[in-house]
Design a binder for this molecule. Sequence first.
Ligand code: ATP
Ligand code: MG
Length: 553
Amino acid sequence: MSAKNFLEEIIEADLKSGRHQRIVTRFPPEPNGYLHIGHAKSIHLNFGLADKYGGITNLRFDDTNPTTEETEYVESIKRDIRWLGYEWENEFYASDYFERLYEFAEKLIRKGLAYVDDSTSEEIAAMKGTPTSPGINSPYRNRSVEENLDLFRRMRAGEFPDGMRVLRAKIDMASPNMHLRDPVMYRIKHEAHHRTGTDWCIYPMYDFAHGQCDSLEGITHSICTMEFEVHRPLYEWFIEQLEIFPSRQYEFARLNLSYTVLSKRKLLQLVNEGHVSGWDDPRMPTLSGLRRRGYTPEAIREFCERIGVARRDNVVDVGLLEYCIREDLNRRAQRRMVVLSPLKLILTNYPEGQTEWLPLENNPEDASAGMREVPFSRELYMEQEDFMEMPVKGFLRMAPGRLVRLKGAYVVRCDDVVKDEKGAVVAVRATYLPETRSGGASEVKVKSTLHWVCAAHAVPVKVLLYDRLFQVEHPAAQDEPLHTLLNPQSLAIVEQAMAEPSLRQAAPGEYFQFLRKGYFTPDLTTTPDRPVFNRTVTLKDHWAAKQPAGAGS
Ligand code: ATP
Ligand code: MG
C-alpha cells in the first residue's frame, strides 16, 4: 500500500466527521477536443476516488460555450472514458442547467448582488485595475433591482446584440483577488448551441456555471487543476450567496509531459495545420492516438497511478509512460517474427521443396499463451542489419564463416554471399546444422540468435515506425511556432516488411512483440490484403536505466 494522497486524506476526514455520507465526484470535460493523457490523470483521479470510497462519479460536459463545442467531441470523449475502463453514474451537460442557472442569476439580482453593465468589454477591462491597484466601480453598478431584472430578461429575450450588455456579480472592485472584482456572469451570444439550439442567446461564464452545476448534482469534491485555485473564492461566494449545496473545490497539479503538448488548442492546431493525420494520429498524446498506437488502458492507468497527485507543478518524463506500456506489453504481447529490412538467406543444404512447421512460444512470460507453428524451409528472410560481410569489432551477428542460431530453428553457418552487378549483397548463403534443431541436445555455442521469416510463406506488411512528435523537451514552454519544434523523424514508413503468416489476420486491439524489434499493433487501416502495423514502442528501456537503484519497478 502506498501512502495516501492529500485528496484521500481530505475525503477520509469528511467521511469520518460525517460531513458526507457518500462522496460524489465529477469529470467535467469541455467538448471542444479529444481527451488526452492529461485528462486520463483527472479521470483516473475522479473515478478512482469514488471507487475507492464507495461513491459515484458523474460525467458532465461543460458545454457553456456554443462557439467551440461539437457533438463529435462528445462521442469521442465517452468512447475514450469507457475504453480507459470507467463508467459514469450520470451523464449530464452544463446546458441541462441553463434554466436553473438563469434562475440563480435572477436570485442574485434580487438580492442586490448582480447588475447589468452596459460598458464595453474594453471599458470593463480598463476599470478592473491591476493586481496591485484597485479597480473602479462601473457607472452601472448601482442600478435598481427592477431595472436590472428588466434588462436581464430583455437580454435573454434577444433584444440586444452580442456584447452590448453583460450581467456581473457585485462583489468588490478593490479585492486583491481579481476574480472577485465584479466578474462577468452572463454574456450575450446569438449563436446556436450543440444541444439547446437557438433557445438561448445569453450564456453563463465558466465561473458562474461550474460551481452551481456541481452544487445541483451534489458534488462533494470538485477536483480541478491548479489554475483554478484563484477562482475558488468566487466558487465559494456564489454557493454561499445562493444558499445551495456546499460543493467544495480542490486543486491538483496538471500533468505535463516531456516532448509533448497537452493543450487541446495546440493539439487542434497540429490537426488543422496537417502536421498529423488527425486527432487519433498514433503520435498524438490523445487517448485515441495512444489507443491506435497500441497503448493499453491498463498501462495508462498504471502510469496515472505512478505519477500520483500533488499540488506542485512538474514535468513527467515521457519515458515513464513508455516504461509502463513496455511492462504491460511484455506480459501480454504475442511474440512474432517480422523482418523489417529483408535480405534473402539461402540454406544450401536444406532439401528443396521441404517445409517444417516449428513450434515457437507465443509468450515466454505467459505459459498459457501457448505455442504456434512457424514454417521453415530452404529460403528465408533475415534482417539486413544482422549481416556484415566484413564485420566491425563488436558485431556478433552473421558474417562469413560464423555460426548463428535462427530463433526456434537451427544453427547455421554463413558460407558466402550473392551480389548483384553493382556489388551489393542480395543474398546470404549458409549451411544449416540438422543436429542443432531447437529443443534438442546440441551443444553448439553461438554468440547471437536472429529472427527470420520463411520466404515462401512470408506476408508482406507495411510498418509504421514512430518516434516522439517533438524534438524539444519542453515544447509547451517555447515561444516559437509549434511546427518548428516538431521532430522531422517522427514517422518512418517501411512499405514492405516480411511477416510470418499468422500476422495476416491480426486485428486492431491485438498486441504483438516483433522479436528484437519492439511492440506493434495493427493499425485501424489494416486489412488481410494489406496488413499495416504501428510500432507502439521500442524494446529498449531508457527510463528504467536512468532511475536510481531500487526506483521504478
Ligand atoms: P486543455 O487545456 O487541454 O484545453 P482543459 O482543462 O481546458 O484542457 P477540460 O475539457 O476543461 O480541458 O478538462 C476536463 C478536466 O480535465 C478538467 O477537470 C481539467 O482540469 C482536467 N485536465 C485537463 N488537462 C489536464 C492535465 N494536463 N492534467 C490533469 N488534468 C487535466
Ligand atoms: Mg477547460
